[in-house]
Design a binder for this molecule. Structure first.
Ligand SMILES: NC(=O)c1ccc[n+]([C@@H]2O[C@H](COP(=O)([O-])OP(=O)(O)OC[C@H]3O[C@@H](n4cnc5c(N)ncnc54)[C@H](OP(=O)(O)O)[C@@H]3O)[C@@H](O)[C@H]2O)c1
Length: 273
């Protein structure tokens, strides 16, 4: 499916912007395991790892020789809805101004950019929303995502890809870590019955990014889970086969949700050749 070299080695040279996050760290691991040349950015200067470069999007200065990079995957940002609302100025500086500045510089240097966006660019009124539907964000985070999408679509139509994702699940997903911690501490696993999730796995995300990056497939793409389920139902799936965990699940109601919002999209990815 991907264009690996003759010995199955990934010959693309990657930069992961935001290498410490859930998706960034999964990508760093997966690409390194395939023997790819991969660099990452961090805002933890003490990390000391040679393949990690310091970058803070609040004051972006990327010290890098772009001719050593083929594809940059942009995973960094303030990703919490509540954190963005709590500090609109800082979240705009990081998620919009800083992101655009770094991606513009990379694109100008001939690097293909993959920007990770979200189903939050839609208002959740339609299930499995089509890639061509007009963005209609209702959160600040969603508006910031939509703003960057519009910039890339206009300014870099042939050197940028946008990949919208639904909720990405894996052991490092923050809500799953919260559940696991609760379990370890003998606490109930609280999971909403009235909030929908459309989970897609980290493995599927990594595969889609590899395909888009290796083919330099510019444009707008979507990767969604196949089914919308409540967080409580997902908790029962995630912990299936673990009776103690299943017994600890407590289905609750999110008080602020009056009607069920959808979190799914129609998957739209480059076709296999
Ligand atoms: N995970 C999902 O379910 C999901 C779903 C849809 C879309 N997405 C999108 O996919 C991308 C990656 O998501 P994720 O879940 O991996 O996010 P994440 O775990 O929150 O990671 C975000 C990364 O950005 C870094 N970061 C935060 N502020 C920064 C700043 N000022 N300068 C430089 N780096 C900064 C963080 O660094 P620290 O580690 O130092 O904090 C972290 O490495 C995001 O754009 C997100 O919107 C994710």
């Amino acid at each position: 499916m991907t264009s690996d070299g003759p010995r199955g080695k990934d010959e693309t040279r990657w930069l992961i912007v935001g290498a410490d996050g859930q998706i960034g760290s999964a990508l760093m691991n997966a690409l390194s395991q395939r023997g790819a040349a991969v660099l990452g950015t961090t805002r933890r200067p003490a990390s000391g790892e040679a393949r990690l470069i310091f970058l803070d999007l609040a004051e972006p200065e990327l010290v890098l020789e772009p001719s050593t990079i083929d594809v940059a995957v942009f995973c960094a940002g303030m990703t919490g809805f509540a954190a963005c609302e709590a500090d609109p100025v800082l979240s705009h500086r990081i998620n919009v101004d800083g992101a655009v500045q770094v991606m513009d510089a990379l694109a100008a240097a001939g690097v293909h950019v993959i920007y990770l966006s979200s189903n939050a660019v839609f208002d959740g009124s339609v299930a499995f929303v089509n890639v061509n539907a007009a963005p209609m964000p209702v959160s600040l985070y969603g508006r910031q995502k939509a703003q960057v999408e519009a910039h890339l679509t206009t300014r870099h139509p042939v050197s940028a890809s946008i990949l919208r994702l639904t909720k990405v699940v894996g052991p490092n997903a923050p809500f799953i870590r919260t559940w696991t911690l609760a379990l370890e501490q003998g606490q109930p696993i609280m999971a909403f019955e009235n909030r929908l999730v459309c989970p897609v796995t980290e493995d599927a995300v990594v595969t889609a990014i590899r395909v888009i990056g290796q083919r330099r497939s510019a444009g707008l793409w979507q990767l969604s889970g196949e089914a919308e389920i409540s967080f409580a139902a997902f908790a029962r799936q995630w912990f299936s086969g673990r009776p103690a965990a299943l017994a600890a699940i407590q289905a609750t109601q999110a008080p602020e949700v009056s009607s069920r919002r959808h979190g799914s999209m129609q998957t739209h990815l480059p076709q296999a050749p």
